[in-house]
Design a protein around this ligand. Structure first.
Ligand SMILES: *Cc1c(COP(=O)(O)O)cnc(C)c1O
Length: 519
């Protein structure tokens, strides 16, 4: 390639690809590893620091157990589908209906993605353009409002196009459009911030109401939700969560939505992989019951960062107008990676994977409880476990998160229902098993992880604040070196047996000097 491109295809930081190919016999060359090395050569020739950060991230992820419930490890094929010229293409509109010339290949990808979503989930219609889960929710909210509020208003003027009515009439339509009622799961009960949290746009667009879990059981109480729905009469009844460890009966919620005249929307961002993998079936599969389902593609579904909207044919015309309603141009490279991930999820072994995620989460919950950990709701039906570290160990979530990270376990602190420590310090940890299951870990390894976690937290204590007046910090903690060293040793023994992307030779990369000096 000539002209504006600064890359010349040979890198001053090691020529990794060449060295890999010359030292590897033809029958042992791994195309994924070769692509990774070639990528580092090409990127490093322009900005060595970015190449170094990629390598450092691999080193970091290889040396810490990933228990972040919203993360996973995508395949190198998924990652490589994103690293190419599709990133340059504008394709506003949707497949077969574009505002740009030259979109034939983007059309092919977008159509294939939608077809694979149909095979995986069985929805009437799929829209795979949203760049993230938050975007997908905005597309869904606005499509539901466009279909159920705006269209009937426009009809009164004999119009379908909002551009054709007067400014004064449009202002009336707009007043009806905003301020509709949304009833979603409370953020502190495990709902997502896009479901009406005060700091999010959803609470500005809607008059947002939220249902909580029961104070005694920490479980959703269908009868209480029904009473609230009858009172609120929401335009949208929204289910789905980021931190709720139990199944939800979507058939009952659909009945309730019908009873109160609401559109039923489910955000399956966290558990889409469990739906695709046939763990959540029947009344626990949201797709046959919801009018609109949104999801991310990068959590349990194990694809690229991104979002999607599935819907009944009633909502399809509005959803397909996600651009210009919410989105700008789609990300064709991300859609290409979605196709790869959906194909992978259609393989029979993805069902085995999805079931193993849940088996592993059960083992994690059981083993933590056996050792005295207080697990919210007493267990789990899905991929995540909420551990109450305040009642179990006298720590805030922040202290527990930091102490474990210092021992090689990466996870996030999380508010528990009705959390007295607030959303910053919190009283809980959220642990997920999707990533370690991708590495191939099973019951024995997860039990070992639970044991390591308890060994650390039971020896961690809150430290005094710098004030010197005896007040106890909510962030600082004390952990004996011997305990931390022991935990780190066990973590590294475990991870040595389950390397991330084993086809990539990190020592080889380091020997070429690609990493920053400090790692
Ligand atoms: C993660 C998540 C989202 C947001 O996804 P992003 O890709 O981070 O925007 C939305 N809803 C739920 C329930 C989630 O868990």
């Amino acid at each position: 390639m000539a002209s504006a491109n600064t890359t010349r295809g040979h890198s001053p930081v090691g020529g990794l690809l060449h060295r890999y190919l010359t030292r590897t016999s033809a029958d042992r060359i791994d195309s994924g590893a070769a692509a990774f090395y070639a990528g580092l050569d090409t990127i490093g020739a322009v900005v060595p620091d970015v190449a170094a950060s990629i390598v450092n991230e691999l080193a970091d992820q290889r040396s810490n157990v990933k228990l972040i419930a919203s993360e996973n490890y995508s395949s190198l094929a998924v990652q490589l589908a994103q690293g190419n010229l599709f990133t340059d293409k504008y394709a506003e509109g949707f497949a077969g209906h574009r505002f740009y010339a030259g979109c034939d290949n983007v059309d092919a990808i977008e159509l294939q993605a939608a077809e694979l979503v149909h095979k995986l989930f069985g929805a009437d219609h799929a829209y795979v353009q949203p760049h993230s889960g938050a975007d997908a929710n905005l597309v869904a909210f606005l499509s539901i409002l466009a279909t159920t509020v705006e269209s009937p208003e426009l009809e009164r003027f004999g119009q379908t196009n909002p551009a054709n009515i007067s400014d004064a009439d449009w202002e009336n339509v707009r007043q009806r459009f905003v301020g509709q009622r949304l009833l979603g799961m409370d953020y502190y009960s495990g709902g997502h911030l896009t479901h009406g949290y005060r700091h999010n746009v959803s609470s500005r667009l809607f008059e947002a109401h939220s249902y909580t879990v029961d104070r005694g059981t920490n479980l959703l109480d269908f009868d209480a939700i029904r009473r609230q729905a009858l009172e609120v009469r929401p335009r949208i009844l929204l289910a789905g969560y980021s931190a709720y460890p139990r199944k939800i009966n979507f058939a009952r919620l659909r009945e309730l939505a019908d009873e109160v005249g609401a559109t039923f929307m489910v955000d399956m961002a966290h558990f889409a992989g469990l739906v695709a993998g046939k763990v959540f079936t029947g009344e626990y599969d949201p797709v046959p019951y919801a009018h609109v389902v949104t999801s991310t593609t990068h959590k349990t579904l194990r694809g690229p960062r991104g979002g999607m909207v599935l819907c009944t044919s009633e909502f399809a015309p509005a959803v397909d107008k996600g651009c210009p309603m919410v989105l700008g141009g789609p990300l064709p490279h991300a859609m290409a990676a979605k196709v790869v991930a959906f194909r992978e999820a259609l393989e029979p072994n993805f069902q085995t994977y999805a079931h193993s995620i849940v088996d592993n989460a059960r083992v994690l919950a059981d083993e933590l409880q056996k050792r005295g950990g207080a697990v919210v709701t007493g267990g789990t039906d899905n991929h995540l476990v909420l551990l109450d570290v305040t009642s179990s160990y006298g720590l805030t979530g922040r202290q527990a998160e930091s102490a474990l990270r210092s021992c090689g376990l990466t996870l996030n602190r999380n508010s528990l229902p009705f959390d007295a420590n607030g959303p910053w310090y919190t009283s809980g940890l959220r642990l997920g098993t999707a990533a370690v299951t991708t590495l191939g870990m099973g019951a024995a390894e997860v039990a070992e992880i639970a044991e390591i976690i308890v060994s650390v937290l039971s020896k961690t204590s809150p430290a005094a604040t710098a004030k010197g007046d005896g007040t106890v910090s909510k962030a600082k903690y004390e952990l004996p070196d011997t305990v931390a060293d022991g935990a780190r040793g066990r973590v590294s023994d475990l991870l040595d047996r389950y390397p991330l992307y084993p086809e990539i030779d990190l020592d080889f990369v380091r020997s070429a000097g690609v990493t920053n000096a400090d790692t």
